[in-house]
Design a protein around this ligand. Structure first.
Ligand SMILES: *[C@@H]1O[C@H](CO)[C@@H](O)[C@H](O)[C@H]1NC(C)=O
Length: 184
């Protein structure tokens, strides 16, 4: 017990010493911490474990069972059968985050397991917060595979992927995985 106490004293003493030499003031450190909180601590917030859900789940199709079809899961490499969700023509896949975060990057991974080529999709991506309307941040009729979308820092509560015109093969927009985070 005494040893632990001694150790803690040493750590605290060191932190204090470091702080007095650090290039940030306490106010600046507070700001950095607050920024980190509203930015989801710089982690992917479009995840089940971060409390995100597929908001319109009843109108989205799933292939691969409970554990292997949500775009918010981590286990994306189990692809024996299924492993994705899909939306029909003019339909959306809506991701609702646990709270509003300030983000600047979204990654979308579209189905790309065709044997001899990679299909392209006609899709749009919108973002919104509780106080703002949908804002279009990406659209392309040749979206494919892993697409990274960068945009200015924005408050986001919902992400909406719209199947505007299906793919080069059929009418479906097929999503394997989505990530949303703040990147430097
Ligand atoms: C994408 O849109 C452009 C401009 O409207 C069009 O010329 C092109 O043929 C479209 N490509 C596909 C794959 O639909």
């Amino acid at each position: 017990m005494k040893l632990i106490y001694l150790f803690l004293c040493l750590v605290i003493h060191n932190v204090e010493t470091m702080n007095s030499f650090a290039k940030y003031t306490l106010t600046q450190l507070d700001e950095i911490k607050q920024k980190s909180v509203i930015r989801g601590e710089y982690k992917d917030v479009a995840q089940e474990s971060a409390g995100a859900i597929v908001f319109n789940s009843r109108t989205v199709g799933y292939v691969g069972g409970q554990k292997n079809s949500s775009p918010l899961r981590d286990a994306i490499y189990y692809i024996i059968s299924g492993g994705y969700c899909y939306a029909g023509m003019s339909q959306f896949i809506i991701i609702d985050l646990l709270q509003t975060y300030q983000l600047n990057t979204i990654k979308v991974w579209l189905y790309d397991r065709d044997p001899t080529f990679i299909r392209t999709y006609d899709m749009q991506l919108f973002i919104s917060s509780s106080d703002t309307n949908d804002q279009l941040i990406y659209e392309s009729n040749i979206s494919k595979s892993l697409t990274t979308i960068k945009f200015p820092d924005t408050q986001i509560k919902q992400i909406k992927i719209k199947n505007r015109g299906g793919s080069t093969i059929d009418q479906w927009l097929i999503l394997l995985k989505i990530q949303a985070f703040y990147a430097f």
